[in-house]
Design a protein around this ligand. Structure first.
Ligand code: URP
Ligand code: ZN
Ligand code: ZN
Length: 486
């Protein structure tokens, strides 16, 4: 009998911490041993000339999710997870979205059922909380944490999602009590609405004006405000989809003051700019997301923040809406920038873009690539060391990358249902040719091998920033906190 179910042989193993020439032996779906010269496996993958890395974790994607304005995104758990796998991602973390009036347990049951039937990669959930009632915060949140959902997203914008500052404080406090991590979409709603109204009054309706209204100062103001609220309570939080210079400066300032503020950015802020939405007619809607892509200087600021650790998480914020009446164009040709669904697809292109432009162009090391696309996510959301590493004992979620393979991105190769890609025509160098989840091949050189529903729910433990929060309580903020929360 073979020593291993599978040996991935002869590749260069890259984790967040190290790079070595080694074989990876897999037994029972777990990494069993990593060293050169392993004995034979029952099956073998020849990885000579390839990089063997942990499969990616995409901790921000919208899948089979209805927006607050009632628009269903284009992907279900099957198409989104297939697209993720083809792009080297082996765990996705979408949202179970509570809309106002919804019961959180019912919402989560519904998402869990749909994902279990369809996903081909492993998955965990964050909760979106738009209705922070006493029931939601005191009863439902603790129950969700027990169930393995230990992170939740809140919004400071979108009319039907946004929380007022006192509600943000309620959520931060409740989450901290339950050892859950709060992710924040930080943009100043009233500034955005004020600019948008004035633009529309002056006849500026085209998609490119979306970026004008979602001004970087609106993002920076809300980012600063949210950080201030976390400092008041001495609790951690993670600012999602950070778009550029202004917000990064607010985050750096908060971090310098000792706030436990973590940050995420996405491909659209590295590889797109506001000019991409400046297209004839409504075409530019395909490039509109919130916050919007900014400019070349902001792209450089995001690269720098990824490099220096200010931003530790690189996710897709995959939010696929079709370019028709079901998504981007609810009023057909008459749709204004205020009426388009916000979001861009990116679950498949996320890792190849960063590999090509980051590792390939020498901006980040291969180890930093693994940290930014997998390991940091696992730690941030409490699924380490099961996910995000190739250490013995971890799930054998492996992506074998051909660093020389050149691929031109196009809608026709994307497995999601958006029908377009904002990266159309770009050539990337470096591609995940084999992708395994728990030791099973999901993608083998362009062929899908996994069955619908083969992905598993991964319960999250305590997020790392939350686990460390207690260490910092012996201070003035801690005394204040005891006064208002005992
Ligand atoms: O435009 C975006 N990002 N749409 C998705 C929803 C969100 O706010 O992340
Ligand atoms: Zn958001
Ligand atoms: Zn999002």
């Amino acid at each position: 009998m073979a020593d291993f179910d599978l040996v991935v042989r002869g590749g260069t193993v890259v984790t967040a911490e190290r790079t070595l020439q080694a074989d990876v032996g897999v037994r029972g779906g777990k990494v069993a041993e990593v060293r050169a010269g392993l004995p034979a496996g029952a099956t073998e993958i020849d990885a000579r000339g390839k990089l063997v890395m942990p499969g990616g974790i995409d901790s921000h994607c919208h899948v089979e999710q209805r927006s607050s304005s009632g628009v269903m995104c284009a992907d279900d758990f099957y198409s989104a997870s297939v697209a993720a796998a083809f792009g080297g991602t082996t765990t996705i973390m979408p949202f179970a979205a509570q809309h106002r009036g919804d019961s959180i347990p019912a919402v989560v049951d519904d998402y869990a059922k749909r994902a279990a039937e369809k996903a081909v990669v492993d998955y965990a959930f964050h909760l979106i909380v738009s209705d922070p009632t006493p029931q939601a915060l005191q009863e439902d949140l603790p129950a969700m944490v027990k169930r393995g959902i230990t992170s939740l997203k809140i919004y400071t914008t979108y009319e039907l999602l946004r929380l007022k500052d006192d509600e943000v404080l309620d959520v931060l406090l409740a989450a901290d009590r339950e050892r859950a991590l709060v992710m924040v979409h930080a943009e100043n709603h009233e500034v955005i609405q004020w600019i948008a109204r004035r633009l529309l009054e002056r006849g500026h309706k085209a998609p490119k004006f979306h970026a004008t209204s979602h001004h970087p100062i609106a993002e920076a103001e809300a980012t600063h405000r949210v950080i201030s609220l976390t400092r008041l309570l001495d609790v951690p939080a993670l600012i999602v989809h950070v778009s550029g210079i202004e917000a990064i400066e607010a985050i750096r300032a908060g971090q310098k003051l000792g706030a436990s503020i973590h940050a995420e950015s996405c491909p659209q802020y590295l590889f797109l700019t506001a000019d991409d939405a400046d297209k004839p007619g409504l075409e530019g809607a395909k490039w509109c997301c919130s916050p919007p892509p900014r400019d070349a200087r902001s792209q450089e600021a995001v690269w720098q923040a990824l490099k220096d650790g200010t931003i530790g998480i690189y996710s897709s914020d995959h939010a696929p809406y079709r370019f028709d009446a079901t998504g981007k164009l609810p009023h057909g040709e008459a749709t204004t920038f205020k009426e388009m669904a916000n979001g861009v697809p990116g679950i498949q292109a996320r890792m190849p873009l960063l590999f090509s432009e980051g590792v390939g162009k020498g901006r980040i090391t291969p180890n930093e690539f693994v940290a930014l696309t997998a390991t940091n996510h696992a730690r941030m959301y409490g699924i380490a060391p099961r996910k995000g590493t190739l250490d013995p004992g971890a799930d054998a979620d492996i992506a074998v990358w051909d660093p020389q393979r050149e691929v031109t991105l196009s809608a026709s190769m994307m497995k999601d249902n958006a029908g377009y890609t904002p990266y159309e025509g770009r050539t990337v160098k470096g591609w995940p040719v084999q992708v395994l989840v728990r030791g099973q091949l999901v993608v083998d050189d362009g062929r899908l091998l996994a069955a619908r529903g083969s992905g598993r729910f991964i319960p999250c433990g305590t997020p790392a920033p939350v686990a460390r929060a207690g260490e910092r309580r012996d201070n003035a903020a801690g005394a204040f906190r005891r006064l208002i929360d005992s």
